[in-house]
Design a protein around this ligand. Structure first.
Ligand code: CP
Ligand code: NVA
Length: 300
């Protein structure tokens, strides 16, 4: 593994290796055991979009590993004024030991990796959110003790989160059921991969998708960059809410996960959010541990 660009590039074993290392690093951090695997290394973090969790967890994670995080707002860089990504990649490769990038086009991340000579980590694109889903899988494993054989349900927009959850779930042996309205389905590349598996179903019936689920995921109806479509999307996703009624058809001990930020009263009911807050904020915490594992695998 040279980069983390999308989960489609990883094998199930590679994902499991990252999760195992993440568990170990979490244990070490909780017990005050130093783990300075990246001493003297610098991670550049390019942000074209807003972030709370990704920025803070990468920054803190790099510090805990003994390295140095460098926050780079794209609007303050020449890339924001049109300097080509192939030049940015070659320049940054001379200074840094790794790059994390959050941007719109998946191609920009792939180009950064192919023109540069250092590891590139995808911190969210319109296509996928692999770091988030590694943390999600880590959290499910913590609560359920395994992944293989469990049923994951995704309700809502077939967006970056849906794309990564479907791939990550199937690659780790889960059954995945997605409920997305027509016109808001997951990416065709993801559906090509998923439809080859007997463990995948796509429907517009949220109750069919949630039936017997061990874990239910949802995400916002309008992602970053889609603010102008918010009204139209509110109509398209009416009825696609993770509510108490929906949870009633899942397993009695089903988890609820949300990558955050959450819009209570839209994709998730406020009472469901609060009654599953412990596991949702464990999920947010696990961004730190999962990404430290990714950085160690790629940069140590
Ligand atoms: N879940 C997530 O990526 O959060 P941020 O947008 O705050 O980084
Ligand atoms: N789908 C959301 C995820 C945010 C972490 C977005 O892209 O805005």
């Amino acid at each position: 593994m040279k980069h983390l660009l999308k989960l489609l590039d990883l094998s199930g074993d590679e994902i499991t290796d990252i999760l195992n290392l993440a568990d170990q690093l979490k244990y070490e951090q909780k017990h005050g055991i130093p783990h300075p695997h990246l001493q003297g290394k610098t991670l550049g973090m390019i942000f074209q979009k807003a972030s709370t969790r990704t920025r803070v967890s990468f920054e803190v994670g790099m510090s805990q590993l003994g390295g140095h995080p460098l926050f780079l707002s794209a609007s303050d860089m020449q890339i924001g004024r049109g300097e080509p990504v192939e030049d940015t990649a070659r320049v940054l490769s001379r200074y840094l030991d790794g790059i994390m990038i959050r941007t719109y086009a998946q191609k920009e991340v792939e180009d950064l990796a192919s023109f540069g000579s250092i590891p590139v980590i995808n911190g969210l694109t319109d296509f996928c959110h692999p770091c988030q889903v590694l943390a999600d899988l880590m959290t499910i494993r913590e609560y359920k003790g395994k992944l293989a054989g469990l049923k994951m349900c995704y309700i809502g927009d077939g967006n970056n989160m849906a794309n990564s959850l479907i791939v990550g779930g199937l690659k780790t042996g889960m059954t995945v059921a997605a409920a997305c309205p027509e016109g808001y389905r997951p990416d065709p590349k993801v559906l090509d991969f998923a439809n080859a598996s007997p463990n995948f179903t796509l429907t517009d019936d949220i109750f069919a998708a949630a039936k017997g689920a061990d874990v239910i995921f949802t995400d916002v109806w309008a992602s970053m960059g889609q603010e102008g479509e918010a009204e139209q999307r509110r109509k398209a996703f009416a009825g696609y809410q993770v509510s108490r009624e929906l949870l009633a058809v899942a397993k009695p001990d089903a988890m609820v996960q949300h990558c955050l930020p959450a819009h209570r009263g839209e994709e998730i009911a406020a009472d469901v959010f609060e009654s599953h807050a412990q596991e949702i904020f464990d999920e947010a915490e696990n961004r730190l541990h999962a990404q430290k594992a990714v950085m160690v695998k790629l940069m140590a």
